[in-house]
Structure formats: structure tokens, C-alpha cells
Design a protein around this ligand. Structure first.
Ligand code: MN
Length: 199
């Protein structure tokens, strides 16, 4: 079965004014979809086509002859994960188990937010900022281009897409403003809690 573009988990205007429907129209309908189309073309009639998306990523990670497959598969997965990291009325400090885990790892939500924003802003060029679980603890990492915690032995808990296509229509060059709006108004902590519970 071919890989498919999952629908957005909310209406295209749901994240306004922080992420516009125009951005989601291009980002989901064009960018994310193109990764799906490319992945299907690259895996057509190969053994990879019958694997789950996660297994494709793990199978080709680090394989110099399969960089195109890795890049497109990881970008399909990263984007689907990213859509779920946001919701209308999200953001601000979490509560419950996520709050405890963040306090334990970073000292406070404010310290976490500062470090997460710094990772997102300092990722040179295209990439992603992440909160991940690794060896029982939480940490913040940034990955270039399509690279993903899934390929690095880490469990993704939260991500912010910092490719320019994620924010340029709404924020132009102001990546720090986009990341701040993501933290203050968009983070879906319920999704983070689900990921933490299964980490
Ligand atoms: Mn993107």
C-alpha cells in the first residue's frame, strides 16, 4: 500500500493568527504532500514499499545509497508529528506529568522554553527543534534538514519545524517570533503527554 498524506488534525484556519491558513495550505498541501509523492516514487516496486513509515526510516538511516528515501520518509513522519504538536488555544506551561518531567530536566518551564527556543533559533538553515526522551531523561536537540530523533535512538515528544516554509509567509525572516508564538499559543501539551507516557 502506498504511503499517504494524513489529513491535518484541525481546520486550516484553526491556528490563526499564529500560523495562517495560507501557510498550512502550502505547508501541508504542497510541501508535506510532495514528500509523500517522492517517497512513493522512490520506494515503488521495492521491499521498502511494504514497510511501515517508521520501519522505512530506521531501515535506510545512515545508508549513503538511500539518502533520498530517508529524507522523504523522515520528512513525511516529521510533518505528521509536527501537526499534532499544535492546537488552537495551546501553549504556555504544561501541567501534570509533563510539567514534572520538564521541571526535573530543566529546572522550570521558563528554562525549558528558553533552551527550546534557543535550539530552534540557532539551527542554521533548515531543520527542526525537538524535546525528546532518551535513557529515561528529557533533552532538547536540534536536527538539520530531515533528520529525526526516530533515527537517533530517541523518542520525540515535541517538535517545531524551523524550515523557512513553516513561517516565512507569516513572519518572513523573524524565526524567533514564530518560535515564541509556537511556545506561547500553539503547543499541544496533551500530545506531548501521550508521547511521554509511551516513551
Ligand atoms: Mn515543513
Amino acid at each position: 500500500m502506498a504511503f499517504e498524506l494524513p489529513p491535518l488534525p484541525y481546520d486550516k484556519s484553526a491556528l490563526e493568527p499564529y500560523v495562517s491558513s495560507k501557510t498550512l495550505d502550502f505547508h501541508h498541501g504542497k510541501h508535506h504532500n510532495t514528500y509523500v509523492v517522492n517517497l512513493n516514487n522512490l520506494t515503488k516496486d521495492t521491499a521498502l514499499a511494504s514497510l511501515s513509515l517508521e520501519d522505512v526510516i530506521k531501515a535506510v538511516a545512515g545508508d549513503a545509497g538511500k539518502v533520498g528515501v530517508f529524507n522523504n520518509a523522515a520528512q513525511v513522519w516529521n510533518h505528521t508529528f509536527y501537526w499534532h504538536c499544535m492546537k488552537a488555544g495551546g501553549g504556555g506551561a504544561p501541567s501534570g506529568d509533563v510539567a514534572s518531567a520538564i521541571d526535573s530536566a530543566f529546572g522550570s518551564y521558563d528554562k525549558f522554553a528558553e533552551e527550546f527556543k534557543n535550539a530552534c533559533v540557532t539551527q542554521f538553515g533548515s531543520g527542526w527543534g525537538w524535546l525528546v526522551a532518551e535513557n529515561g531523561g528529557l533533552k532538547i536537540v536540534k536536527t538539520p534538514n530531515a533528520d529525526t530523533p526516530l533515527a537517533n535512538g530517541q523518542t520525540a515528544l515535541l517538535t517545531c519545524d524551523v524550515w523557512e516554509h513553516a513561517y516565512y509567509l507569516d513572519y518572513q525572516n523573524r524565526r524567533p517570533d514564530y518560535v515564541q508564538a509556537f511556545l506561547d499559543n500553539l503547543v499541544n501539551w496533551d500530545f506531548v503527554a501521550e508521547n511521554l507516557a509511551s516513551a
